[in-house]
Design a protein around this ligand. Structure first.
Ligand SMILES: *Cc1c(COP(=O)(O)O)cnc(C)c1O
Length: 613
């Protein structure tokens, strides 16, 4: 087959592919209609033509029409135009047409992926999609496992669920079968690597006391009997980690934030220091979380350095679970893979871009993506860079043996390969869940392979569009409004496809005033500025504060001539935030046109803000 043509992938900003979309939708709906009709054709229709003539029948249909037209109106009035390059805000753009159609089709079958019985078709699709993700992330598909969650939040919970239960196993073994861990102290037992613990579990299973060990682990005994220590997350973490620490009984006080540097990547020296300091106080590390694509800045932590640090620590007798939160950036790994899913040389990745002069990825990014399979598990969201409709997150495990720690009903899940898809509900967080979401993910993965010529193609477009936007912001000459001149600066060179940026009046050294200006622009650039459908340009925003980020944002405010003392005094900088997921801004001519409109809009918004103050 020839290469995927991106122009044929989406309904399109102007519904350019409407004919194909309508035809396919009609075909699929009629296919489903026949599926019902042909189910035991010997059964007669239960709704007869005479029924149709009842006034109440006609009334009900009329009411159905009215309600649906009402719904359409409400959606049209107040929804985000994600399909348009005028929308540059959250991680949203058009979603893949095949995924939308697959979702709508599967919806009519209403599969429930909690149990195989309620979803023989889509449970298999969910587990297949999970394995496709595992392979893309660099795991061995024979050992790995993955599935579709409702989102990154739930996937992160599953990571801590697993890490927590795993950490408690060696101590449980000591209670139940002390001979297996005879010469080891509690501290040593709390500092074994996940691989070592899983091997220990195999021995426990061989001895026939696995159930008993599990009952003596955190799962059976609860948190009060264990001192599991800290979860270390970078300051740039998503707030689902706070929720995870709360819900899973870890406690917020055991969530420790590792400083990020001014590029918003985790400071690895600070991480090493945090681990050492805790160890010195005999506090174990439950897990270290690396972020691939921070939610607010799009920054990618140096995963290779975290992995290397874990190896060093393990050798020193301090080990921990390593999870990567790649909810946002995970799919970008497709850019690095050839069609056999081999990790490419950096030069080959660079050359695939229309603009190799971008030199993307830098060496750290390259190494970070390469090192992903060294983590024990990964969160990755198809409903972000996978261009899939909600709700589709993903949780992927390097070693599926850990499922036995969390499973209900079927013990020894991992031993029975054929049974695997059976009862998803017995070893995931959720219960009943839409098979349609899994079907949408699977459909898109089948259409667009998870490597450089499939998904990699769209993601490269996003990265190049982002680079265009970043460069334009950097090159923007001062904007004159009446007697004032304004400058704009991006926060960091984007690691992926997000640009944060802010405006300031040239000469203004007051951070509060700068924040008010950007807040006023955001108000106009969002649902707050009136009906979204009439809005000329839509963005999102974020606020970086000193409590959460320490001094990391300081070099940014200094670019505007705002002094350090203001940072200490105000402690917060408000920025506009644009994710460039739309594939269309890669083309220079399209970019020029949209950028021109963007600057016109910004000029209007600056003028309005100036007259307001
Ligand atoms: C979006 C995001 C999450 C949460 O994912 P949801 O799908 O919104 O639940 C977690 N971590 C990171 C880094 C994210 O960007």
């Amino acid at each position: 087959m020839s290469k995927t043509n991106l122009n044929a992938l989406f309904l399109g900003p102007k519904s350019e592919n409407k004919r194909f979309f309508s035809e396919m939708l009609r075909f699929l709906m009629e296919d489903h209609i026949s599926w019902r009709e042909n189910f035991h054709p010997e059964d007669p229709p239960l709704i007869t033509p005479e029924e149709h003539d009842h006034a109440s029948f006609q009334d009900t249909l009329q009411k159905t029409r009215e309600v649906l037209v009402d719904l359409a109106g409400r959606l049209e009035m107040s929804s985000n135009p994600w399909f348009s390059p005028r929308y540059l805000g959250h991680m949203n753009s058009d979603t893949i047409m095949a995924a939308n159609l697959g979702y709508m089709l599967a919806l009519l079958y209403n599969p429930n992926n909690c149990a195989y019985e309620g979803s023989p078709a889509t449970t298999e699709l969910e587990v297949e999609a999970g394995l496709q993700l595992a392979r893309m992330l660099g795991y061995d598909p024979d050992k790995a496992w993955g599935h579709i969650t409702s989102g990154g939040t739930i996937a992160n919970y599953e990571a801590i669920w697993v890490a927590r239960n795993l950490k408690s196993i060696p101590l449980a073994v000591k209670k139940v079968s002390p001979d297996l861990v005879s010469s080891m102290s509690d501290w040593e037992l709390l500092n074994q690597s996940p691989g070592w613990i899983l091997d220990l579990m195999d021995r426990v299973k061989a001895e026939g006391c696995f159930e008993e060990v599990r009952d003596h682990s955190i799962r059976g005994r609860g948190m009060s009997e264990f001192q599991m220590g800290k979860i270390l997350v970078p300051q740039s973490k998503h707030y689902s980690w706070n929720k995870a620490a709360d819900i899973l009984g870890i406690g917020l006080q055991n969530l420790q934030f590792v400083p990020v540097k001014s590029d918003f990547r985790m400071d690895i020296k600070a991480l090493a220091h945090a681990i050492d300091q805790n160890a010195a106080q005999r506090i174990p590390i439950l897990a270290v979380i690396g972020v691939v694509g921070s939610t607010e800045e799009g920054a990618v932590d140096n995963i290779h350095e975290i992995a290397a640090l874990r190896d060093t620590c393990t050798a020193k007798g301090i080990s921990f679970y390593f999870h990567i939160d790649a909810a946002y950036g995970g799919y970008a790994r497709t850019v690095f893979l050839d069609d056999q899913h081999r990790f490419l040389d950096r030069n080959e990745v660079i050359k695939k871009f229309q603009r190799p002069d971008l030199n993307w990825p830098c060496i750290d990014l390259y190494r970070a993506f390469k090192a992903i399979p060294q983590a024990d598990s990964v969160t990755i969201d198809p409903h972000k860079l996978g261009y899939i409709p909600y709700s589709a997150g993903g949780f992927v495990l390097k070693d599926k043996r850990v499922l036995d720690l969390i499973s209900y009903f079927a013990a020894y899940v991992s031993g029975q390969k054929d049974e695997m898809p059976g009862l998803l509900g017995s070893y995931i967080m959720e219960g009943s869940k839409p098979g349609a979401a899994a079907a949408a993910v699977w459909t898109a993965h089948e259409l667009l392979a998870l490597h450089q010529d499939g998904y990699g193609e769209i993601i490269r477009c996003g990265i190049e569009g982002t680079a265009n936007f970043f460069q334009a912001l950097r090159d923007e000459p001062p904007i004159t409004i009446k007697n004032d001149r304004f400058m704009v600066e991006p926060l960091i060179r984007p690691d992926l496809n997000m640009v944060d940026f802010a405006f300031n009046r040239i000469g203004n050294v007051d951070l509060n005033e700068m924040n008010r200006l950007n807040q006023a622009i955001y108000n106009e650039s969002s649902f707050r500025g009136g009906p979204l459908y009439a809005n000329e340009w839509i963005a999102s925003k974020t606020s970086l504060n000193r409590r959460e980020y320490g001094e990391a944002p300081l070099p940014f405010i200094e670019k505007f001539g705002v002094p350090t003392s203001q940072w200490e005094h105000v402690g917060e900088v408000f920025v506009l935030r644009s994710t460039v997921m739309t594939p269309y801004l890669m083309k220079p001519s399209v970019f020029e046109e949209y950028h021109h409109r963007f600057m016109q809009t910004m000029r209007k918004r600056l003028s309005k803000a100036v007259t307001q103050f």
